[in-house]
Design a protein around this ligand. Structure first.
Ligand code: HEC
Length: 282
């Protein structure tokens, strides 16, 4: 009876995990772990305040919390405050939600805890989503913003960092079945989106193909040096946003190590003490 119950709980848990994974079918790339790298976190904070905070707010964050990643009040004041805010202020913005909705079709969400929100229980770290999202924009002239995104198809957000990433070519390959005059056959369609968003599609028949439908994506950086520097900047940004979603996590992990160390030593003491208590009792 007990066993059966346990098995059904395990089965249910597995079902939930697979259902969540199916929610976003684009595979996320692993963000480099820079959570303990203060220079990276500081650069991420600079990127965030400069490029994201004009549309998105981060209302759970105060500027002076950035002291925790090693910035001084003077540094915060001189480099990160532009419109008369004080270091103790929350990261709010002037744009109203209604205006934003009218301009972009969807209001930019508050980003304070987006990294945590994106890391669904047992899912990949939320930083991976940000790292992938910010690196999979491609030009698409059919969209109102002129941009589309792989991790978030039809996103209402334009690629605000396109100049930093540099021009790229995006290739999308689909293998699918077509029906012509009642006869089914397979073909491969290769679409190439150039840096200006115009695309060409080439279709080729696939003789003797008996597999299933597949699709694949690829980017080619036309300015590889800029693209590589951009990847690193986005790794910093993703690290900062992961830190921001739970500023106590570094301290929590440090404390965790000490607690485990203490328990380890305490175990040895308790074990020896126990042996000595029972030494004369047979
Ligand atoms: C020009 C305004 C604008 C700027 C600047 C901007 N965003 Fe956005 N962002 C939006 C809008 C609008 C949405 C909502 C899109 C939608 O729901 O279709 C959004 C959504 C998002 C989302 C949520 C995606 C999702 O899956 O729900 C993330 C994450 C995000 N932005 C990150 C950033 C980061 C990081 C920056 C800074 C590099 C940034 N944004 C800068 C307008 C902006």
């Amino acid at each position: 009876m007990m066993m059966k119950k346990l098995l059904s709980v395990i089965a249910l848990t597995l079902a939930c995990v697979t259902a969540q994974a199916a929610g976003s079918d684009f595979p996320l790339e692993k963000a480099p772990n820079r959570l303990t790298n203060q220079a990276a976190l500081q650069n991420g904070a600079k990127m965030f305040v400069n490029y994201c905070l004009n549309c998105h707010a981060a209302k759970s964050m105060r500027y002076n919390k950035l002291r925790d990643i090693g910035l001084t009040d003077t540094q915060i004041k001189e480099n990160l405050l532009f419109t008369g805010e004080k270091v103790g202020d929350l990261m709010k913005i002037a744009m109203t939600s209604a205006d934003a909705k009218a301009w972009f079709g969807a209001p930019p969400p508050d980003l304070s805890v987006i990294a945590r929100a994106k890391s669904i229980n047992a899912g990949p770290p939320g930083g991976d989503y940000i790292y992938t999202y910010m690196r999979t924009f491609y030009r698409d002239t059919t969209k109102p913003t002129g941009w589309n995104n792989l991790a978030f198809p039809n996103a209402g957000m334009p690629h605000v960092l396109w100049e930093r990433q540099g021009p790229r070519e995006y290739t999308h390959v689909v293998v699918h079945q077509v029906e012509k005059d009642g006869k089914k056959s397979w073909e491969r369609a290769t679409s190439v989106y150039g840096p200006q968003g115009y695309w060409t599609t080439k279709t080729e028949p696939m003789v003797d193909y008996t597999g299933k439908e597949t699709s694949g994506h690829g980017f080619k950086a036309l300015d590889p040096v800029r693209a590589m520097a951009y990847d690193s900047e986005i790794a910093d940004l993703a690290a900062f946003m992961t830190w921001m979603s739970e500023p106590a996590q570094l301290l929590r992990k440090q404390i965790g190590v000490w607690v485990l160390l203490f328990l380890g030593i305490f175990f040895i003491v308790a074990w020896r003490l126990n042996a000595s208590y029972w030494k004369h009792i047979k």
